[in-house]
Design a binder for this molecule. Structure first.
Ligand SMILES: *Cc1c(COP(=O)(O)O)cnc(C)c1O
Length: 465
């Protein structure tokens, strides 16, 4: 299995290089040179479990870079951290409508599904090569805690996560700062999330620093994360004897893209509903052919407060007939004008019939949390609620033609204030996190200053020691 860049000007690589490399040197994202066919799996009733299905499905993307036994072991270990025997259970909330609960991992958000596995893959590949890396990242909440939890047991990875002081929720901050592992470091930056992100970008742009510390990232454009997410689209559509419609609350488009890939490779999926909050660039693109960036507005679903959906580039590459030069040119225009245009025939072929979309503001999101609680007794988080609400808007009273599955991306206890305001009930943390507020926090504080942050990273990294 070989991978090529969506901008068409980077060497083809195997899976292990793509895993460690992240962004391609031409600025593009890696995609398989050819889409594989999904393997035959045992029928759902005879499945060996989620980890076994995951290993079988991902083998098609990994190729020879990880042997079957290693891939199976990494999947077993990654998904043993989930607090539900089904790992990602399907729960029915209406006659035609299921939730795919992706939040039973260690940090209560769907990012664990990918990062528990990707951390272990990193460690395995680096260990084989006798190498180390330093992962640096910026977070506004979910990604940082999921990345830290994914690598906290890794011998060959040090991680430094920057977060904006005072601007994450207490649960999110404590999920990062209470991890007691020698390779995990968090820094509260006196600034905003954008400041943190700029510091990370500046560290990567400093070539001497980047190479000396072997900087690496596990952000949402990493191919291995997308690949790990393909799995649950395959297993859930099979469990419901598809075709099914998936509704996906989205920001970076990563999760929807994983579903699209599952369909491309043969999973029984009819189409997708893209759900956004007020930051609705994707909804405007699908419904009105309008992809223009606007200011990011803070909402109740902060992990979707994004205006540039970086993973969309992978779909754009397909829409351009896999022409990397054309894709690069289109993205250059997008960056300079703030507007992305695609041709009407491209929309007909790639968007219509494949994607529907709706966006919910905070009031509608709150109403959806309340309504779901009243109808089913279930508490859903604000991200999931944008999805459930989008389904309600787009699916008529006669019901859909095929079952609908909404991906439930966060546990309600991760956003307790919004859930309590909507329902009067405060969701409790699951038992494995019950002591979160008793554990000591371990974190550093630094000014918004590149030199200070670089000094901190240099002192903590074990690369070259
Ligand atoms: C990251 C995240 C999303 C958005 O996922 P994308 O892959 O960026 O579309 C949605 N919900 C939650 C809870 C998240 O953490």
């Amino acid at each position: 299995m070989r991978y090529l860049s969506t901008r068409g000007d980077a060497p083809e690589l195997g899976f292990a290089e793509v895993l460690l490399g992240g962004l391609a040197p031409d600025g593009g994202l890696y995609v398989p040179a050819e889409w594989p066919r999904l393997p035959e799996l045992p029928p759902p009733g005879a499945s060996g479990g989620y980890a076994a299905d995951a290993a079988a499905i991902m083998a098609a993307f990994v190729g020879d870079d990880l042997d079957a036994a290693t891939l199976a072991r990494l999947c077993d270990e990654a998904y043993a951290t989930f607090r539900h025997p089904a790992v990602v259970p399907l729960v029915q909330i209406d006659h035609h409508h299921w939730l795919l609960e992706l939040f039973h991992g260690p940090t209560l958000a769907f990012k664990d599904v990918a990062l528990q596995l990707v951390g272990r893959m990193f460690d395995h590949v680096l260990g084989q090569r006798g190498e180390r890396v330093t992962i640096v990242g910026a977070t506004s909440g979910d990604t940082g805690s999921a990345a830290i939890d994914g690598v906290k047991g890794c011998d060959h990875v040090d991680i430094v996560i920057l977060y904006p002081a005072g601007r994450t929720s207490d649960v999110q901050r404590r999920q990062m700062t209470t991890i007691d592992a020698p390779n995990v470091h968090t820094v509260a930056i006196d600034g905003t999330f954008d400041d943190c992100q700029d510091l990370v970008k500046a560290m990567f742009a400093d070539a001497e620093f980047r190479d000396r510390l072997r900087l690496s990232a596990v952000n949402s454009i990493n191919w291995a994360r997308v690949m790990a997410q393909v799995v649950y689209y395959v297993t859930a559509s099979r469990a419901l004897a598809g075709p099914v419609t998936f509704c996906v609350p989205t920001g970076n488009f990563g999760n929807v893209l994983a579903g699209w890939i599952a369909r491309r490779c043969g999973a029984p999926i009819a189409d997708f509903i893209v759900a956004s909050n007020t930051n609705d660039i994707l909804t405007r693109f699908v419904n009105d052919a309008d992809m223009t960036t606007r200011e990011v507005v803070p909402t109740l679903s902060p992990s979707m407060d994004i205006q540039v959906s970086s993973n969309f580039e992978r779909l754009l590459f397909e829409m351009n007939g896999r022409d990397g030069g054309m894709t690069a040119e289109q993205l250059r225009r997008f960056r300079s004008t703030g507007r992305l245009d695609v041709e009407p025939d491209q929309r007909r072929e790639w968007v219509e019939g494949t994607f529907r979309a709706a966006s919910l503001g905070d009031a509608a999101t709150t109403a959806e949390i309340a309504r779901t609680f009243a109808e089913t007794g279930m508490l859903i988080d604000p991200h999931t609620a944008t999805g459930v609400g989008a389904v309600r808007r787009l699916v008529g009273a006669g019901g859909p033609e095929v079952p609908i599955v909404t991906t439930a991306t966060a546990h309600p206890a991760k956003f307790p204030d919004a859930v309590e305001r909507a329902t009067g009930v405060r969701p409790g943390l699951p038992p494995h996190l019950a002591d979160l507020f008793d554990l000591p926090e371990r974190t550093a504080s630094l000014p918004n200053d590149l030199a200070a942050v670089q000094e901190f990273v240099t002192a903590r990294s074990r690369v070259g020691r």
